[in-house]
Ligand binder design. Structure first.
Ligand code: C2E
Ligand code: MG
Ligand code: MG
Length: 922
């Protein structure tokens, strides 16, 4: 603004640009001078005309007089003159020319006579000239010739006048015709000093005058110098010049005064104001006063209005500029804030990207980011580089994933392979694919997770490809799955697989109109062998029997171990209802000879029940149950025999009914009680938890184990009541323990599948916890795998509900159920309990060791705690300790005990301190 002001306020140049008033003044002066001169010239011209006329008139008079004088001279004076001359006058003889002399003398005399002032007067001279008309070549000049010509043409012409130049000087000459003049001429020279020469030149001594057209013509010529002729005019003109000049100067001064007074000064005032305003804009709005002229008043008014308007405009502009400046400041502040925010965002982004990079590089899985359009690799992590044997990113970035990972020149899906990227791109969501990869070390399994990254427009731009080597997990999984379908001891299909196959076989048989039979085989008095020879011998016997049974069957048949010493066989394509009997007999025959087990001869037998499809049942469960009933019948009849199922064998149903009633009665009569089995943490040697195990003290049958009544209770839904009772009793007991000096103790309660699926299960838990006042963190619920798998979504919800309450969740009998690892990932569980069947044969049994180790590795990878159930020996304990399994439960530490029996244990801070980690003996 200051810069602009300086420019606009620059004062007018004094040296360079002239002031217009000065210029106008100068022009004025010039115009006046020119106009004055023109006027003077015009007046002078008129005056000259007038002078010339006057001169002519006076010449006429003079000439007329001259003629009279001439006559007078000739007649009167001439004789006197000659007389005087003859008497030796002072006239020089050289110039003697009587004519001339006489004339000149006469003229002088005349002048002396008529005009006293002639001699001293520079003004008028006159002469008498005789013009020789006959000599046109006479240098008397054109003028005279013209005169003579004029005379010739106009004989009456008496006068001729004009300006004649003689010897370069202008003269005004008037010629008058003289009549009857003598042959002589009076001549009068203008300049007496030059007279002799001129006289000789013009009129030599012999010069004579002729007659003009027979008549002597004499012309009287008067030559008057122009200056003299115009003397009056010039005199007048000098005065005129003075007057006019004075007048004009006066006028000019007047107009200058008026111009200054009325125009220039007011304009100067306005100009000064303008300059002041230009130099100091705060003076904008100042006014000039009124002036004496209308026009300047209008100008002043216009200036005042302009000044006011300009001031208003400036004020408006300044306020607008101030507003705008404020706006700009505001915008600037916003921009600065914006920039700060952007900076913060950029910092956050940079931090985030560094964080991302460190997260990506801290992954144990290989990660790459791929362009969804052309499958080119955009980013990789260190694991990927090391897996691919690349030193740095350069060798990988920009290349396609199929080229780098698989060595293919075209995308994987071109060859019909299952490509996670393509599936992810198509589905627009995360896709998990398992790939089998052949390596020099053998087959490896890779779990590939493809996660699409979408742009704001929803299009998939990149795909994150995370690949994890899951070979170990797959192997463990397949092992565990094997366990789910096969009996770990004998390698025979387990109950689950058996039931599957039975259902399949029944469908096939039904379709083909064939029969099949189910044989339920139970070893007689196997418990005795177990007890006498030990579990290991028992296991060997079971394995031996299993092999023999397989030898007895056809390939199409299925031999399975259902549990303990119970086997079941499916016989396909049974021709006759009796045919299974032959096979049942073959089984019986296995035991006719003693069986050698571990160097011992064992004598055993079996009881077999046979049920036929479709005769005895329409579904697999009933068919097996009927075979079981038939087996019991065989046992009842004395063992070591087979028995076909028949409808009248509903004794079992009666038995079940009896048992069911017994349970109801037990609930009513309070015949159930709880035993608690400690769970120990070997790191501390402390009891961390106590598992509540229900017991039934039947007044008639005595102590009934859960194995006997729980399955029936589950079938009849009585388990709901049992579980609720156990839950409440266990919680109350735990609360009592905590209140009585064991503040850290927890309680684990087994929950049946049916109970877990109850819609009000969570309410029950809340209610019981509220009733007993036990903190939820002190409760652990044990659930078996099979129960969790029915409805995974609702299972997850229920588990999550429990989890958020702080309740611990354990999977009981782990390894005997589904053993699907995927659920482990999805369920919010805290720990798994390795089933005692895998612990029992540790550390001798290789396959059990492998299973236990696989479970431990799996649990570790999923960050789950593990507790081993059924630890009975120190060897088992030591083995588990070396595998870092430090939570255990089993008879080695304590059998399930009544509350009062537990008191001494709970009284100790670390009752099992001596089995700490350091105490490994292996
Ligand atoms: P579980 O939950 O796996 O309980 C462990 C079973 O193993 C108990 O048998 C326990 O006495 C036994 N045990 C513990 N340590 C050893 C050991 O070192 N060697 C051997 N051979 N066995 C050991 P129990 O009490 O007969 O219970 C059997 C099953 O009955 C339980 O298996 C559980 O599934 C079910 N059960 C027990 N109490 C309840 C209950 O209150 N509610 C429900 N729903 N089920 C229960
Ligand atoms: Mg349990
Ligand atoms: Mg268990």
């Amino acid at each position: 603004m200051a810069h602009l002001d300086q420019k606009t306020r620059k004062s007018p140049q004094k040296g360079g640009t002239p002031r217009i008033s000065h210029v106008l003044g100068l022009v004025n002066v010039v115009l006046f001078v020119v106009a004055s001169l023109a006027l003077v010239a015009f007046v002078n011209y008129g005056m000259r005309r007038h002078s010339l006329e006057e001169a002519r008139g006076r010449s006429q008079v003079i000439l007329q007089r001259n003629l009279a004088v001439h006559q007078y001279f000739n007649s009167q004076l001439k004789p006197r003159l000659f007389e005087r001359l003859g008497q030796g006058g002072s006239v020089e003889p050289a110039y003697f020319d009587p004519t001339w002399m006489s004339s000149t003398y006469a003229v002088r005399e005349i002048n002396r006579i008529f005009y006293d002032n002639v001699e001293n007067n520079d003004g008028l001279y006159y002469k008498e000239a005789a013009v020789d008309a006959r000599s046109p070549d006479n240098e008397a000049d054109e003028y005279e010739r013209a005169f003579l010509e004029a005379l010739r043409q106009n004989p009456s012409l008496n006068e001729w006048s004009g300006v004649r130049v003689i010897d370069g000087k202008p003269f005004f000459e008037v010629m008058v015709r003289g009549e009857a003049m003598e042959a002589s001429c009076l001549r009068c020279h203008l300049d007496p000093d030059r007279a002799p020469a001129d006289l000789v030149a013009l009129y030599g001594p012999e010069r004579s005058f002729d007659r003009f057209e027979g008549q002597l013509v004499s012309a009287l010529s008067v030559r008057i110098p122009l200056a003299a002729a115009y003397a009056n005019a010039d005199r007048f003109s000098h005065r005129l010049y003075g007057v006019i000049g004075a007048v004009f100067i006066g006028l000019f001064a007047l107009q200058w005064f008026l111009a200054r007074r009325f125009v220039i000064r007011p304009l100067g005032t306005i100009q000064d104001k303008v300059v002041q305003i230009v130099h100091n804009e705060s003076r904008l709005g100042e006014q000039v006063g009124s002036f004496d002229t209308l026009e300047l008043n209008e100008v002043a008014a216009a200036f005042n209005s302009l000044s006011t308007n300009l001031k208003q405009s400036r004020d408006t502009l300044e306020s607008q500029v101030a507003e705008r400046t404020e706006e700009l400041h505001h915008t600037n502040r916003l921009l600065e804030e914006d920039i700060r925010e952007r900076q913060a965002v950029e910092d956050a982004l940079r931090e985030f990207s560094e964080f991302n990079a460190s997260v990506i590089n801290s992954l144990h899985d290989a990660l790459i980011v791929i362009d969804a359009q052309d499958y080119r690799i955009l980013s990789v992590n260190e694991v990927f580089l090391s897996e691919e044997g690349c030193l740095n990113e350069k060798g990988v970035l920009g290349r396609t994933c199929h080229e780098v990972i698989h060595g293919f020149s075209s995308p994987c899906f071109n060859d019909g392979r299952d490509c996670s990227l393509v599936r992810s791109a198509a589905a627009g969501e995360k896709v998990v694919v398992e790939n089998e990869v052949q390596t020099p070390e053998g087959t490896r399994y890779k779990e590939v997770v493809a996660v699409p990254i979408k742009a704001a427009d929803g299009k998939i731009r990149q795909i994150i490809h995370i690949s994890r080597d899951v070979t170990e997990r797959k192997e463990a999984e397949s092992r565990i799955r094997e366990l789910a379908y096969f009996d770990a001891l004998t390698g025979l299909p387990n109950r689950r697989l058996f039931m599957d196959r039975l259902r399949q076989s029944m469908k096939m048989a039904q379709r083909r109109g064939k029969k099949l039979a189910v044989l339920f085989v139970d070893l007689d008095r196997f418990k005795n062998i177990n007890d006498s020879l030990g579990h290991q011998m028992g296991d060997e016997l079971l394995t031996r029997v299993a092999r023999l049974m397989e030898e007895c069957t056809r390939n199409m048949d299925t031999v399975a171990r259902l549990s303990g010493d119970e086997f079941a066989i499916i016989l396909e394509d049974v021709e006759h209802d009796d045919s299974p009997a032959i096979f049942a007999q073959r089984i019986l025959d296995i035991f006719t000879e003693p069986l050698w087990v571990g160097g011992h001869q064992t004598y055993s037998s079996c009881s077999t029940g046979i049920a036929l499809f479709p005769r005895d049942a329409e579904d697999a469960d009933t068919l097996l149950k009927n075979a079981d009933i038939a087996m019991y019948e065989a046992k009842r009849l004395g063992r070591n025999r087979y028995h076909f199922f028949s409808e009248d064998m509903n004794g079992l149903a009666l038995k079940r009914l009896e048992l069911e009633n017994g349970i109801r009665r037990a609930l009513l009569n309070d015949e159930f009680f709880l035993c608690f089995q400690p769970q120990i943490n070997l790191d501390t040697g402390r009891i961390t938890c106590l598992e509540a195990l229900v017991r039934w003290q039947d007044p008639v049958k005595g102590l009934v184990s859960p194995g006997e009544f729980i399955p029936l209770a589950e079938e009849t839904a009585l388990i709901l009541a049992i579980d609720e009772w156990v839950l409440r009793t266990a919680c109350r007991q735990c609360r009592t323990w905590r209140d009585n000096g064991n503040p850290e103790v927890k309680v684990a309660v087994n929950i049946s599948g049916m109970q877990f699926k109850q819609p009000k299960f969570i309410d029950l838990i809340d209610r019981v916890l509220a009733e007993t006042g036990l903190p939820s963190e002190c409760l652990e619920l044990e659930l078996t795998e099979g129960h969790l798998m029915d409805n995974i979504e609702s299972t997850i919800m229920t588990l999550t509900d429990l989890k958020v309450r702080g309740i611990s969740l354990a999977i009981d009998d782990f390894g005997t159920g589904y053993s699907s690892l995927s659920y482990l990932k999805n369920f919010p569980i805290d720990r798994v309990k390795i089933d005692q069947s895998f612990v029992r044969r540790l550390p001798e049994d290789g396959s059990d060791k492998a299973i236990v180790e696989a479970i431990l590795a799996l649990a570790r990878s999923l960050d789950l705690n593990v507790i081993a159930e059924g630890v009975e020996t120190e060897l088992q304990l030591d083995y588990l300790k070396t595998r870092d399994c430090l939570e255990m439960q089993g008879y080695f530490f304590s059998r399930p005990c009544r509350v009062e029996e537990l008191a001494p244990l709970l009284a100790q801070a670390a009752p099992y301190g001596q089995y700490g980690r350091a105490a490994v003996r292996l």
